[in-house]
Design a protein around this ligand. Structure first.
Ligand code: SAM
Length: 649
């Protein structure tokens, strides 16, 4: 499989490697290893007073920024001297220099911040199940706690849990709905109306949301619109005295240091590369993926993309650009989407997301508050109305395996690639439910589907293992249960809007992610039983006619639709290509026989996909699709492009 050099570098630099041939396939990628830095209150006070005095002298160097916003220009350049380095684990001996010009900081800062010895107490390996074939990364064991010679403590990501007992599905119920009393709420979350929340672990952001002085002009569901600004450090109540790294950026002037953004703060500071690499491996890993991606764009993108990619990769250069100074700029808003959506994903043990836009077009229109668009509520799991949910659970599919095969013959057994071949019931389950209706796609021993003779018109389904099969969570027949492990990049593709790119090389037949959205029923015969979510609101807008976010089922339930227009996950950004490289596969999947069975949609790779390549679906059966001028001009650029997509503008 082709692996881009940049991607290789990213992997090597994070001390990680692909797990292609690993037998245990254990990945620590999604374990929540975050950097935290701490300081004593006295030192904090001291730094604050230093900062106050230096802020005055630094104001001349940040005039261009201060007029733009509250985002501190001096942060990356003069952190240690300004006191902003309160976050730096190595800032116990801050420079007393009052120099604030960007070019003058590097050597002084480096000297004052250097430390000779770091005691690393190894953490227990936070293990997360992953299939052996998934190309992902392993970090070196993140330290549980690093104690610096000066007594500073730096708590690593490993202290954060990699997953929370999260439900499998969210159901919207009215207060008096009897369903509320009957469901197992550890597996099914009941809400009145789904609203994307701040991720559970993001306490610093939660605090900042209450008391932060900096306020964003943009409001996104689940993203805090307040942050602590640089003069709030002292007042921030943080008993742990440690903070989580939100994002790191390369510095144009000093390759030994990085610009670091912390959760809950609108300021960035500079820190030693090695320190971040050890203490914040996940943030460092995300930075390396973004960096490798931007380098790829610098080689392969349009002229404008190339120029902007370099600018973004090096964040700031001598001529500080406005968008990097204004914390309200799309650049920083995309960093917030990256961080908080990744944190939400992690809550469900799913891999990271990185939002990137280089063409000045700002945010995904899904997040725009313009009247034409709905504001997207990000959700890593499906959201069903109670009526839809009830209908789903009444279906045969929901019976436990033994009930399902009561009247079926034993000889329906077929070989399986399950870890526990002898006991696996997946094929018998398939035969009991879907025999003669659909193709039973059986992953090979590496979890890969075989698409060599793929026919887009054929019906197909994947049936995954449950506790009835007696296999482990690493069984090749549990791809959807493990969920997205590959990092995905949500990239602005120009006229086609945001699309999804591979954040790691992907093998043909490999599971990528789930297609998540709102579930609803469309009655095929006698009018609508339950209205599509896009039509049910009062705000009927242009986008309500856009069915491109809808996906249906051919085998499991022909009336059920998953619509990701208002609520959805990363897969809702998959663009159309007439020559696709990914495909939707309906999937029967539940870990426990006692779980509810809801038809789900997996996204699988049809062919090998290299790092940074766009992931595209074919929205239509091209043998049927009528290409009429007046729909949407297809931007896919493939040789067999039908030119006009049959969708309303
Ligand atoms: C499921 S969404 C994909 C995500 C979308 N690009 C976004 O930014 O939200 C489908 C919409 O993306 C755009 N789109 C997807 N593929 C396209 C293509 N090949 N050419 C032009 N527009 C495309 C169309 O506006 C379409 O309505």
């Amino acid at each position: 499989m082709p692996v881009d050099n940049e991607q290789k570098e990213a992997v090597e630099e994070t001390g990680s490697h692909t797990t292609g041939s690993s037998s245990n396939g254990i990945s620590t990628q999604k374990s929540n290893r975050r950097a935290n830095t701490a300081m004593d209150e006295d030192e904090e006070q001291e730094n604050m007073s230093r900062k106050r005095s230096r802020n005055e002298s630094s104001s001349s160097s940040s005039t261009s920024a201060s007029s733009a916003s509250s985002f501190s220009v001096l942060s990356t350049s003069s952190a240690s001297s300004s006191g902003l380095s309160t976050y730096s684990a190595t800032s116990s001996v801050p420079s007393t220099s009052s120099s604030t010009t960007r070019s003058s900081t590097s050597s002084k800062t480096r000297k004052s911040n250097s430390h000779s010895k770091v005691d690393v107490i190894p953490s227990r390996n936070l293990r997360s199940a992953i299939t052996p074939i998934v190309t992902t990364f392993e970090f070196p064991d993140a330290p549980k706690e690093v104690v610096f010679p000066d007594g500073y403590k730096l708590y690593s990501h490993a202290l954060r849990k990699s997953g929370y007992p999260e439900p499998l599905i969210i159901v919207e119920c009215l207060e008096d709905d009897s369903l509320r009393q009957t469901v197992d709420t550890s597996r099914v979350q009941i809400v009145n109306e789904y609203e994307c929340q701040l991720p559970v672990a993001c306490n610093d952001a939660r605090e900042a949301q209450k008391k932060g002085l900096w306020q964003s002009t943009a409001k996104f569901p689940g993203i805090p619109d307040r942050k602590n600004s640089d003069n709030q450090y002292k007042r921030v109540h943080n008993k742990k005295r440690c903070w989580f790294v939100q994002g790191v950026f390369e510095r144009y002037d000093d390759s030994s240091r990085l610009s670091v953004q912390y959760e809950g703060f609108s300021t960035i500071i500079d820190q030693d590369v090695q320190e971040i690499k050890t203490s914040a491996p996940e943030a460092y890993y995300m930075y390396k993926i973004r960096d490798a991606f931007l380098r790829r764009i610098e080689r392969k993108g349009s002229e404008e993309e190339k120029k902007n990619a370099k600018k973004m990769r090096l964040l700031m250069d001598e001529d500080v650009e406005f968008e990097f100074l204004d914390h309200n700029s799309p650049f920083w808003l995309l960093q917030d989407l990256t961080y908080f959506h990744t944190a939400l994903q992690r809550q469900h043990k799913l891999g990271p997301l990185i939002y990137v836009a280089l063409d000045g077009v700002t945010l995904p229109k899904a997040f725009s508050n313009e009247s034409n668009y709905n504001t997207l509520q990000y959700s890593p799991i499906n959201v069903f109305k109670s009526i839809t949910y009830k209908r789903c659970i009444e279906k045969d599919e929901n019976k436990p395996f033994l009930k399902l095969i009561e009247n079926k013959l034993e000889e329906l057994f077929e070989p399986s690639n399950c870890e526990n071949k002898e006991k696996c019931v997946c094929n018998r389950r398939f035969n009991a439910l879907y025999f003669n209706q659909s193709n039973n796609l059986i992953p090979d021993e590496d979890g890969l589907l075989n698409f060599r003779h793929f026919d887009s018109c054929e019906k197909r389904i994947v049936v995954e293992c449950s506790d009835e099969c007696g296999c482990s969570s690493e069984c090749p027949r549990r791809n959807l249960q493990r969920g997205q492990q590959i990092p995905l990049i949500i990239y602005h593709e120009g006229r086609a809007g945001f699309g999804v790119r591979a954040g790691a090389p992907i093998k043909g037949g490999q599971f990528i992610c789930e297609y998540v959205g709102e579930g609803y029923y469309k009655d095929l015969d006698c009018g609508e039983e339950e209205k599509a979510p896009v039509d049910s609101g009062e705000d009927i807008a242009a986008s309500d006619k856009d069915t491109s976010y809808e996906s249906d089922f051919q085998t499991m339930d022909q009336r059920l639709i998953i619509c990701a227009s208002k609520i959805g996950n990363v897969a809702r950004f998959l663009n159309h290509r007439c020559d696709p490289n990914v495909v939707f596969i309906e999937t029967y999947s539940r870990e426990l026989e006692a779980d509810v069975l809801i038809p789900r949609i997996s996204v699988y790779a049809l062919k090998d996909i290299s790092f940074g390549e766009p992931l595209c679906l074919c929205y239509y059966d091209l043998t049927d699709a009528k290409s009429e001028v007046g729909g949407i001009k297809c931007e896919c650029g493939s040789l067999n492009c039908i030119e006009w997509l049959p969708m309303e503008r």
